[in-house]
Design a protein around this ligand. Structure first.
Ligand SMILES: Nc1ncnc2c1ncn2[C@@H]1O[C@H](COP(=O)(O)OP(=O)(O)OP(=O)(O)O)[C@@H](O)[C@H]1O
Length: 297
């Protein structure tokens, strides 16, 4: 999707109340078809040596909804994010975004097509100011490797739009006050806000957020949750990895569960805790092992 057609603080999109509603008739089964998928993955596979970190047969992410991707440590969540966002390569499989193939595209091209990810550990550049971090986030996060001094002259008239966008987002995330401070002086929570703001610079259609609440104090968690749901309300599609089930229950419209590299369950948040495959995943019982009961002695 063209960046201009995406919302994220710009145009308005579908109403939030309907995001979960539009998924209401979708059966809670792994790999289930969604009414209006934006990101579609097929047989996405990534192995490290003998370890198959990811093998996802089929997964669709519903447009305009917040989807939580959960699973025990080592389930393959981050690896799946890395592969579809172009930060890692797949060994097999295909994936498409808004109907267009995205398989094997490098990260900056993925970002340009409207799919932007953030990282568990923020990638803000500590020796640049908050505003400079924002300006370097476009296009496609490629400028990060370049010396800001070299880029500065380029920021003239040509970058007027980017500057306006940066100011608008800093205001939205209440970072205007620190716009000229070095990013390294921000609190952990402010850095998370900056990371989110940077991700929105190119007006993406979808965000992949890797543990956006990790290391954030409870007060700021509420603020971040509010920001994310508002972005969804404006039509942005969000998929996020999270371990905190209160957060998952609080904001997601749909939950996908991975274990041992595979997608083992999907469903609305209120049903997911009762799903036996999810219980097994978290308790560690292997699916190829017989269930042990007290009567089998
Ligand atoms: N670069 C790598 N080299 C080797 N093994 C890797 C690499 N990246 C990930 N793995 C392995 O792949 C598996 C999946 O890891 P991944 O980080 O994707 O899981 P995760 O679900 O995101 O876990 P967590 O919730 O702990 O972040 C793990 O066994 C991990 O050790």
């Amino acid at each position: 999707m063209a960046a201009d057609s995406a919302p994220a603080g710009g145009t308005t999109g579908p109403a939030s109340a309907t995001a979960a509603g539009r998924l209401a008739g979708t059966p809670p089964e792994p790999g289930v078809r969604k009414p209006d998928p934006l990101l579609v993955m097929d047989r996405v596979t990534r192995a490290f040596g003998g370890l198959v970190a990811v093998h996802v047969e089929h997964l669709e992410v519903q447009r305009g909804a917040i989807t939580a991707l959960i699973g025990p440590n080592g389930a393959g969540k981050t690896t799946l994010f890395n592969v579809v966002s172009g930060f890692d390569r797949a060994d097999d499989g295909r994936w498409s975004f808004d109907g267009k193939p995205l398989t094997g595209r490098p990260a900056h091209r993925v970002a340009r097509s409207g799919l932007v990810r953030t990282f568990q550990l923020t990638r803000t550049l500590p020796r640049l100011t908050v505003l400079e971090n924002m300006l370097l986030a476009v296009p496609g996060q490629r400028g990060e490797r370049l010396l800001p001094a070299l880029l500065r002259p380029l920021w003239g008239g040509q970058e007027r739009d980017a500057r306006d966008r940066a100011e608008e987002l800093l205001d939205r995330f209440r970072l205007t006050r620190v716009r000229d401070d070095y990013a390294g002086t921000l609190s952990g929570g402010q850095r998370k806000l900056l990371e989110l703001a940077r991700a929105l610079m190119s007006r993406p259609a979808m965000l992949l957020l890797d543990e956006p609440m990790a290391g954030v104090n409870p007060a700021l968690v509420q603020s971040l949750l509010g920001h994310i749901t508002r972005l969804r309300d404006e039509g942005l599609t969000v998929c996020f990895v999270e371990h905190d089930m209160d957060v998952v229950m609080g904001i997601s419209d749909w939950v996908a569960v991975m274990a041992d590299g595979r997608l083992v369950a999907e469903g609305p948040p209120h049903t997911i805790g009762r799903n036996p495959a999810v219980v097994d995943a978290y308790l560690g019982r292997r699916h190829d092992e017989p269930e042990v009961t007290g009567e089998e002695e």
